[in-house]
Design a protein around this ligand. Structure first.
Ligand code: MN
Length: 218
């Protein structure tokens, strides 16, 4: 009996160490009409949760990495054992990238940066409008599936970065502040091949609060 309880406890403690999905701060339909309920449901329940399940599965036998934060795991990607590198790159990236993406949108979000981040954006890109144009341009030029990001480098300088697949700028030494998912699963059900219409609609639900919080912690 005692053995069984111990076994149960070890199973529970092992389960609780797994990576878990971040909760959405809004309902699946809250971003309509910019992003449909159907897209959000599939994106969150199937794609996002799928990355987390595959990450946890892929780390079996390498439990010490379950104690890392996703951020630290992706930062240390270049030095990870070769047996888990790919699963962390693809599914750890998928887990982290989406968790940030959910936070960069809100039905009642702060649609423009204010304060310190706005000043640095204006200094770097000329104006907020010019930043948006360059971000849109990067989104337009990205070939295939991937992401466009606003990142800070180690000197707190801002940079627009694009990554392929689920690659995360953390693994390249950048600090992600804001990101936009450009995989077809993020827009195709609603926008079909019109990626730029999706990007324009996304600006209507963007929320800068997380980007500002992250920039303030640098
Ligand atoms: Mn996605």
């Amino acid at each position: 009996m005692k053995k069984r309880i111990l076994l149960l406890l070890s199973v529970i403690s092992h389960l609780s160490a797994d990576f878990k999905p971040e909760k959405l701060d809004y309902s699946y339909s809250a971003l309509e009409p910019s992003i449909s309920k159907e897209i959000m449901e599939l994106h969150y329940d199937k794609h996002y949760k799928g990355y987390i399940q595959k990450l946890n599965f892929g780390l079996k036998g390498h439990e010490k990495y379950l104690e890392y934060t996703l951020r630290d795991l992706l930062k240390s990607l270049p030095t990870l054992p070769v047996t888990i590198k790919k699963v962390v790159q693809d599914n750890g990236g998928g887990a982290f990238n989406h968790a940030l993406f959910w936070k960069c949108m809100h039905p009642h979000g702060q649609r423009k940066p204010i304060g310190k981040l706005l000043k640095v954006l204006e200094k770097t890109f000329g104006s907020y409008q010019s930043f948006q144009r360059q971000f849109d341009d990067a989104a337009h030029k990205l070939f295939g599936s991937g992401w466009v990001w606003l990142c800070a480098d180690k000197k707190k300088q801002l940079k627009i970065v694009t990554t392929a697949n689920q690659d995360c700028p953390l693994s390249e030494g950048f600090i992600p502040l804001l990101n936009l998912d450009l995989w077809e699963h993020a827009y195709y059900l609603q926008y079909y091949n019109k990626r730029s219409d999706y990007v324009q609609a996304w600006w209507g639900v963007v929320d800068w609060r997380e980007a500002e919080r992250l920039y303030d912690t640098l």
